[in-house]
Design a binder for this molecule. Structure first.
Ligand code: ATP
Ligand code: MG
Ligand code: MG
Ligand code: MG
Length: 469
């Protein structure tokens, strides 16, 4: 059974043999793109090659790219602990053609790798194409011998990728694996597609057109390929499970979490361990790439993920900080492929330890306040915004942490009430300032805080390149 580390090597060497340059992952904090919060697909580091702004001495590349999807357009934070196939941090394996090969080579590459090198049974695979992309459908038919009912035509934007409102765009084809009818879920395009039975493993984007401001499109002179495959999903199917969290690498983190909390990895705290294992990876890799917990921007996303994990550790009964104790297990698994993780190990441990010891001071009291509030509410009623705001303001509970806590109980937060409590507090702060006689200057600062403030930061929601749709 191949390990996750084996799968990465197999993928990269397959494409190296096909003339691709093996390029290292770019950092999670995009260098040239302030509009994008974190690298969330393999194409991010190659954006300028696709638009033709930049040229390199290779026309084919392959990568294992670190990705975080915990904010902005792609936000999988709320999926963690609920689906078997989403992480906040994952690795995306990809092959890229910069005006070199196109569909008629990209599809056979993918098929050969999956069915020969990875030896996946053909009858478990099916694909989607954009509904008008007869070319891709015909290639699939010819190369893979897939019957028409296994080439599903999708008319939505799920199968049409655009870099932004203008620029390169084109149809995609997604490859799915069927885990079998013992798992709930339906094929893509069906009402049950959100289940874990049919899992999307690989997305191939055909950059075929250029879109102009007036909405017209023209065929690109240099047509390109951008693909992304989730390594953890492939590891799951190659290791005979539908659950990413049961694969070798993530399972070892779950076991480490069970060990330091002296709990059963598969007992009632199972979901907590899954969340902790996932959040350990995203927080550690973010810190390794220079993000530090703070009250705004990227640092606030990091803080939110850390604190969510810490609540789960607390619910497992952990008395002392635990997250930092798990870092060695992660470094053992991933330090060879990502040396930056090993280099930053001490910093990661110290940052996690400090944040967790600080947050522990208010976490317990905050959770008790939450329970108390809930005990006074009618069944199923939403938590009043004022209470969520108090948790935020006094106990350091990011709103999404409170929502995460309530979701388990089938409840929500009155977010409008939360927003107005926040607005009220800002207004009070403003009023206090205007009394100081410096109103004119202070107003400017409050306006800046309103637009860029920590508290209501939603991520750099952007329409620009975010990889595969
Ligand atoms: P899904 O529809 O399952 O959310 P996606 O269409 O959003 O996936 P893409 O943007 O196409 O994903 O990314 C390419 C590949 O990366 C996917 O085919 C999948 O294998 C993997 N992937 C995407 N999001 C995640 C995630 N949150 N955790 C693990 N793997 C992921
Ligand atoms: Mg998605
Ligand atoms: Mg998808
Ligand atoms: Mg996709």
């Amino acid at each position: 059974m191949p390990t996750l580390n084996d799968i990465r090597s197999t993928f990269l060497s397959y494409f190296a043999k096909q003339g691709h340059e093996v390029v290292p992952s770019s950092p999670l904090v995009p260098r040239n793109d302030p509009t994008l919060m974190f690298a969330n697909s393999g194409m991010v580091q190659f954006k300028n090659l696709f638009t033709g702004v930049e040229h390199r001495d290779y026309k084919r590349a392959t990568t294992a790219q670190k990705c975080v999807r915990a904010g902005g357009k792609h936000n999988d934070l709320d999926n963690v602990g609920y689906t078997a196939r989403h992480h906040t941090f994952f690795e995306m394996l990809g092959n890229f053609s910069f005006g070199d090969y196109f569909k008629s080579e990209a599809i056979p590459f993918a098929w050969e790798l999956l069915t020969k090198d990875f030896d996946i049974p053909k009858d478990r695979l099916l694909v989607t194409v954009y509904h008008t992309d007869d070319e891709a459908a015909n290639i699939w038919k010819k190369v893979a011998g897939l019957s028409d009912d296994r080439i599903i035509r999708i008319p939505t934007n799920d199968n049409f990728w655009m870099m932004g409102p203008t620029g390169p765009c084109g149809p995609c084809t997604e490859i799915f694996f069927d885990h079998g009818d013992h798992i709930w879920g339906g094929p893509p395009g069906s009402p049950e597609e959100d289940g874990d039975r049919f899992v999307e493993i690989w997305n191939l984007v055909f950059m075929q057109y250029e879109q102009f401001e007036d909405g017209t499109r023209r065929e690109l002179a240099a047509q390109s390929i951008d693909t992304g495959m989730g390594i953890e999903r492939v590891a799951a199917l190659l290791q005979g499970t539908n659950d990413n969290y049961a694969t070798d690498l993530i399972r070892s983190l779950i076991e480490a979490s069970a060990h330091v909390t002296s709990t059963d990895p598969d007992g009632p705290g199972k979901t907590h361990h899954r969340v902790i294992a996932d959040h350990l990876r995203s927080t550690s890799f973010l810190i390794a790439d220079g993000v530090m917990p703070s009250n705004d921007g990227r640092g606030y996303v990091l803080r939110r993920i850390m604190r969510r994990a810490m609540r789960h550790a607390h619910l497992l009964g952990a008395k002392d900080p635990v997250m930092h104790q798990l870092v060695p297990a992660l470094v053992r698994q991933m330090g060879a492929a990502y040396p930056e993780l090993t280099r930053a190990q001490a910093l990661i441990e110290e940052t996690l330890r400090l944040e967790e010891s600080r947050f522990k001071q208010t976490l317990d009291r905050g959770l008790r306040l939450l329970d108390d509030e809930l005990s006074h509410l009618p069944d199923g009623a939403a938590l009043p915004g004022a209470a969520a705001f108090k948790l935020y303001d006094t106990y350091g509970f990011p709103l999404d942490l409170t929502q995460d806590a309530l979701r388990e109980k089938g409840r929500a937060v009155d977010t409008e009430g939360f927003d107005s409590a926040m607005a009220e507090q800002k207004a009070k702060a403003r009023a206090a300032w205007s009394g100081s006689g410096e109103a004119a200057d202070a107003t400017i600062w409050f306006d800046i805080a309103d637009t860029h403030g920590a508290t209501d930061f939603l991520g750099y929601d952007t329409e620009t390149a975010e990889g595969q749709v």
